[in-house]
Structures are given as C-alpha cells and as structure tokens.
Design a protein around this ligand. Structure first.
Ligand SMILES: C[S@@+](CC[C@H](N)C(=O)[O-])C[C@H]1O[C@@H](n2cnc3c(N)ncnc32)[C@H](O)[C@@H]1O
Length: 193
C-alpha cells in the first residue's frame, strides 16, 4: 500500500494551494491528514463540525468533501488575510460558516453547543483552552489533532508542550485515544461518555 497516492483531492484544493503559496501560508495540514478528516467527516451524516484554525481553508476543503448535504462546518481563524482565501474559494458553500476571531473567545461563545468532530488546529482548543473544546464534543464525537511528531516549523521549546498535551489527553477518562505516528503525527480521540 502507498498511502500518498490516489488520494483524490477535492477539485478546489489546487486553487486554494496556489493562493496559499502566494500568501506565504505554509502551515496547512498535509494531504494524508486531509484524507483522514474527509473520512471521519463522512462517518457523521447530518454532522456538526468545528474547525479551530481555518488557515486558508485547506483542511476545511477536505472536511467539506466528506460531509453530506445536511452537515455543517463552523471554522474560526484569527488572521483575516488567510480567512479571506478560504472564504473566496469555499464561502459559496451554504454548509460552512467562517469566523474571523480569536479561537479562545470563539470557544467561549460556543458554550452549550455540541459537535460531532472538532479539528483543533491552532493554540486555543489544543495547547490552551483544551477543556473548553472537549466540552463541546458529542458522545461518539471525534477530537482530532495533528503535528504531534516533530515538525520543521515548530517554535522553540514546543516539544514539551506537545508532550504535556499528549499526557493530558491520555489521562482524560472520557476519551478513547488512538495515537498515530503517521503523516505529521495524529491523535484521534473519541468521547465515550
Ligand atoms: C496550523 S494553521 C491552520 C491550518 C489549517 N487548519 C489547514 O490545515 O489548512 C493554524 C492557524 O491558526 C491561526 N491562529 C493562530 N492563533 C489563533 C487564535 N488564537 N485563534 C484563531 N486562530 C489562530 C493561524 O493564523 C493559522 O492560520
């Protein structure tokens, strides 16, 4: 098996990647992660999806590709320039809402809502405000993160933060965890109560 070929990326992805490169955006999730997100999204018909850290919409593209017509995606990004690229290419899709806001403030506004999949791809909801994000997860819902293996763009002293996050997740009695030392290093957790 070659897990890097025949991923059948969504048609719009190439144009978003071109605009992302022109904007100097280099933090996107890789295609294998996209394929995983698309697959997990497909597992939740009529699902409610949340993405923390839209970037330019590359991972949103994959999530949308797995969603059925009755599913919805809410995505938040603090950088208006990056979010504008996502909106330009994906904003016509009535299933998705893009918000330009700090993720921590946005998580506070979502209190009381429930989601079937949360892709936490920025600081809030991952390295900070983790409990706020997990609180929003439905029973049976997926909490997904990547970049858990050392990456060239990790800031200084990032490794201990990654270790601490993994330990926190491992100690949550309400999560069933699968750690995948694959692609950029992925954790898929499912809320089991
Ligand atoms: C790893 S990138 C997201 C990549 C995107 N999910 C993808 O795979 O294509 C993280 C994003 O979080 C954004 N960000 C940083 N701090 C944030 C915050 N406090 N709230 C919301 N977004 C933030 C950055 O501007 C960046 O676009």
């Amino acid at each position: 098996m070659d897990d890097t070929t025949k991923l059948a990326p969504p048609a719009v992805l190439a144009a978003i990647e071109r605009d992302s490169a022109a904007a100097g955006f280099s933090m996107a999730s890789e295609a294998r992660m996209g394929a995983l997100l698309r697959t997990l999204a497909a597992a939740k018909p009529r699902g409610a999806f949340l993405e923390l850290g839209t970037g330019t919409g590359i991972s949103s593209t994959w999530i949308l590709a797995g969603m059925d017509a009755a599913s919805t995606l809410i995505s938040v990004e603090s950088d208006p320039g990056y979010a504008a690229i996502a909106k330009r290419h994906l904003g016509h899709d009535g299933r998705v809402e893009f918000h330009i806001e700090d993720g921590a403030a946005f998580l506070a506004k979502l209190r009381g809502r429930r989601f079937d999949l949360i892709f936490a791809d920025t600081w809030p909801g991952k390295f900070d405000h983790l409990d706020d994000a997990l609180e929003l997860l439905n029973a049976g819902g997926f909490y997904v993160i990547d970049d858990m293996l050392p990456q060239p763009n990790w800031p200084d002293n990032h490794a201990p933060k990654v270790g601490a996050l993994i330990t926190k997740l491992e100690h949550r009695p309400d999560l069933t965890l699968c750690k995948l030392a694959w692609a950029s290093g992925i954790i898929v957790a499912v809320r089991c109560g």
